[in-house]
Each structure stands twice: as structure tokens, then as C-alpha cells.
Design a protein around this ligand. Sequence first.
Ligand code: CTP
Length: 209
Amino acid sequence: MLFLISAGPTREKIDPIRFISNHSSGKMGYALAAAAKATGGEVVLISGPTQLTPPENITVVQVESAAEMAEAVHRHAPEADIIIMAAAVADYRPVKTFSEKMKKTPGNLMLELERTEDILMNLGKHKRPNQKLVGFAAETNDVVEHAIEKLKKKNLDWIIANDVSRKDRGFGSDHNAVTMISANGDICEVALSDKKTVARRIIRKILQG
Ligand code: CTP
């Protein structure tokens, strides 16, 4: 059983010293990689920049931008049995990256952004029979409704919804509480606990369902 798991944020370069990113710590994705490895599976972890030490005996590919993450994920996806996109991939990147440090000038600065690839959406379009595709939905309101929309739109088997408006869980925290929703209509609540416990429950449920 080969698990392909993405984790952490991406960085979209503005110039050699500046970038656009987000507060993802990578903890949930790394905990999922460890939990997947503990089931006896093989794991490929595609990681954006984090402060974390990856679990032992897995394959780790370190990337920075959404484009690099897309390339690494698509390279490994054909052999993967279960793909879990836990990374907080940037939706936009600067249209132009400056090769020298940008100097300030008087007045405001407009930064034009363009969409990055929606990696999960493309994985959904090319999903193999028997391949399970799992996404995360970070929401601040109407969590389950928005998650179900993403499950359908991206052709997923499971969506894992978390409420990122809560300070005690999710982004950056050591804890999480999630609602898992399957394409078959199963709904499973994973109560607030440390991310390692939440990860074990998520992996168990995906392997069952
Ligand atoms: N995702 C991805 N590629 C992107 C953006 C997101 O693969 N460019 C994946 C994430 O890894 C996650 C899922 O899509 O598993 C949902 O991400 P989220 O940001 O919650 O949703 P979006 O589809 O970007 O929708 P929106 O920002 O409008 O809520």
C-alpha cells in the first residue's frame, strides 16, 4: 500500500527575499505520514517548508512553491493507492518574480497575482480505479456544506473538514478536531485531540471505507 501525502504551506516568490505564504505548520500532514507508516505502508511525503523532522523510513520530497509541489505530486501519483492532500497550497502566486530585491518607491504598490494549479482537482480528473483521493477543507463557516461541495467538485473519496476559525485547533496548533465526509455519504466526527491521535483515526477510517 503506497500513501502519497502532502504537507505544509507553499511559498510563492516575489523577489529573492520575499514571498507569499500561509500559517500552515505541516504538523497534520507529518502526523498522517507517521500514522500511515505505522500501518506498514510505504509513504511518500511531499513537504512545503516546515520546522518539522520527517518520520523515519519514508521518502521525503522537499518543495517550495505550488508549482514544485504539483510537479512532485503528479510524479508520484500514478503508483499511489491513497493520496492525501493535507498541504495548504497557495491559490495565487505573483505574475512576476523579480530577480533582484525590489526597491521601494513612493506611493502604493500593486502586486498582480495569478492562480496556481489546483493539484487536488487535477488528481480527481485522473483518478485510477481503486485509488483513494482525500482532501482537506479549511473553512471558517458552514464547514460541512462547503466541504461537501469540495468533495463533489474535486471527485474525492473523503474530505476532511476543519474549522480554522477556532484558536484551539487546526492551523499551527498541536491539536485538531475534524469531520470526515465520504463520497458514499458517511460522516465521521473525530473529536478534539492531539494531531497524532487524529491522524491515526483518519488513516484507520480511510483504510476501512
Ligand atoms: N489544494 C490543492 N491545490 C491548490 C489549492 C488547494 O491541491 N492550489 C487542495 C488542498 O491541499 C486541500 C484542498 O485542495 O486538500 C482544499 O483546499 P482549500 O484551500 O480549503 O480549498 P480551495 O479548493 O482552495 O477553495 P477555497 O479557497 O475557495 O475555499
